[in-house]
Each structure stands twice: as structure tokens, then as C-alpha cells.
Design a binder for this molecule. Structure first.
Ligand SMILES: NC(=O)c1ccc[n+]([C@@H]2O[C@H](COP(=O)([O-])OP(=O)(O)OC[C@H]3O[C@@H](n4cnc5c(N)ncnc54)[C@H](O)[C@@H]3O)[C@@H](O)[C@H]2O)c1
Length: 238
């Protein structure tokens, strides 16, 4: 059974990815800084028998080193770098803390987590890295911090695709559009309606829409797909 780490999986898209993959017979390590991740992992384990939860703040390199010290590195087949936050505000009013928190969580986490497993993946001569970016990577009002981090995720993804391909490791990004999660539930209804109006499918996406794209990239049969941006946005990118 192949083992996949999913960060930011206590709720939202990460939770759905973990569940979707566990249902499809992967062993899952759910990672979140929320302490209830241990309980979430146990509950999921009762259902599928192949899940554990590890509490870790992925914005900290030291905490990642510590939290993953008990994980058998060679068991890890896949990483889903999903943990992310937003702190939306116009750049003129953005504080250093709002900038720093988003860059550390959404971009540094890519390094902090992937670095723990990349050498064992190279030794295994196989692996899958799937990074969650966002439609905002292209620039978005009120999201200088978030857009910068999510554009960085794409540079990181494509660079690893070039560097690691020769070891049988693929690196791809999933780019969600507008997905119903606690992150977007916090947005005012008026803004949500405006977004939906611009989506050709005229609906907000579900976390499972994203999980399906991640599962596709994890497949053995997807071994020739490397360095892509897989957009899950109901056509909003057209
Ligand atoms: N919801 C959307 O419409 C949307 C669109 C594009 C991209 N995304 C991206 O998808 C990912 C998941 O978003 P979501 O909507 O499910 O968000 P969410 O806020 O609902 O869930 C995020 C999860 O990540 C965890 N987390 C946050 N910071 C962490 C840290 N430092 N260490 C460990 N865990 C941490 C949270 O505890 C939470 O469980 C994010 O990277 C987000 O940027 C979301």
C-alpha cells in the first residue's frame, strides 16, 4: 500500500483529499497544526484502517524535522502540499505580519515538507509531488501576499519537475478556482456571487472536485504527466 502525506488535512480541501485517497486504498498521513488532527486521523482510521494524524506547523522547518522524525522516509510515495492560509487586504494596508504569515505557510511549507522526503524518494526511484496553488497565482486584488506565494508554488513545482524527473518522480500543481471550504465560507455573499457569475459552469467547486484531480496525478498511469498546472475551476480560467 502506497503512503501519501497530505498537509492541512484537518478540514476543507486537504480533508477531502485525504479521505478520497484513503477510500482508494492509499495509506494516508494527515498533517495539520490543529491539535484535533490526531482525533481526525483516528476517526478516519476507523473507517479505512490506513490513516494516521500528525500534528505539525508546516510553516516551520524545525517543527517539520521533529514531527516527521518518526516517519519511515522510504515508505513515502507521495506528498500533497495543501496547507495554506490567506490574509486578504489591499497592499497599501498590508502589515509585515500578514505578508510573513502567508508566505511562510503557503510557500516555505513547500520546502519544509518536501525537503524531509525528497532524498528517500530519489533512492526509491519513484514518487509523486502534488502542490496546491490557486487561481490567484496570476495576481488578484487584495492578495499580494497570497498571489506571491501561490506563484512561487508554481515555480517550485516546475523546477522540481525538471530536477526530479530522471528519478521517476513527478511534480505537478493543482490549481483550484473557487471551492466551497471554511476558507471561502468566510467571504461576503456579494463577492461569492460575483465569482460564480464569472464561472462558465455557474457553480462553486467542491473539495472532492480538487481531490479527484490530485488522485489522478497520484496514479501509476499518470507517470508521464510532469510539471503541469491542472486547473480545477469550472472554466473560470478561460
Ligand atoms: N477554497 C478555495 O477556493 C481555494 C482556492 C484555491 C486554492 N486553495 C488552496 O487550497 C488549500 C486548502 O484550502 P482550504 O480552502 O481547504 O482552506 P481551509 O482554511 O478550509 O483549510 C486549511 C487547512 O490547513 C491547515 N493549516 C493552515 N496553516 C497550517 C500550518 N502552518 N501547518 C499545518 N496546517 C495548517 C488548517 O488548520 C486547515 O485545516 C490552500 O492551500 C488554499 O490556498 C483554496
Amino acid at each position: 500500500m502506497r503512503t501519501i502525506i497530505v498537509t492541512g488535512s484537518n478540514r476543507g480541501i486537504g480533508y477531502s483529499i485525504a479521505k478520497y485517497l484513503a477510500e482508494r486504498h492509499y495509506r494516508i498521513i494527515m498533517v495539520d497544526y490543529d491539535r484535533s488532527i490526531n482525533e481526525t486521523g483516528s476517526k478516519m482510521n476507523e473507517l479505512y484502517g490506513n490513516v494516521e494524524g500528525i500534528q505539525c506547523d508546516v510553516s516551520s522547518y524545525e517543527k517539520c524535522e521533529e514531527a516527521f522524525s518518526t516517519v519511515d522516509r522510504h515508505e513515502i510515495y507521495g506528498i500533497v502540499n495543501n496547507a495554506g492560509i490567506n490574509r486578504d487586504v489591499m497592499f497599501k494596508n498590508m502589515t509585515y505580519e500578514q505578508w510573513d504569515a502567508v508566505i511562510k505557510t503557503d510557500l516555505y511549507s513547500m520546502f519544509n515538507v518536501t525537503k524531509q522526503f525528497v532524498n528517500s524518494m530519489i533512492e526509491n526511484n519513484s514518487g509523486r509531488i502534488v502542490n496546491i496553488s490557486s487561481a490567484s497565482w496570476n495576481g488578484n486584488i487584495g492578495q499580494a501576499n497570497y498571489s506571491s506565494a501561490k506563484a512561487g508554488v508554481i515555480g517550485f513545482t516546475k523546477t522540481l519537475a525538471r530536477e526530479l524527473g530522471k528519478y521517476g518522480i513527478t511534480s505537478n500543481a493543482v490549481v483550484p478556482g473557487f471551492i466551497k471550504t471554511p476558507m471561502t465560507d468566510a467571504m461576503p455573499d456579494k463577492i461569492k456571487e460575483k465569482f460564480i457569475e464569472k464561472i462558465p459552469l455557474k457553480r462553486i467547486g467542491t473539495p472532492d472536485d480538487v481531490a479527484n484531480a490530485v488522485e489522478f496525478l497520484m496514479k501509476e498511469e499518470s507517470s508521464y504527466i510532469n510539471g503541469i498546472l491542472l486547473e480545477v475551476g469550472g472554466g473560470m480560467f478561460l
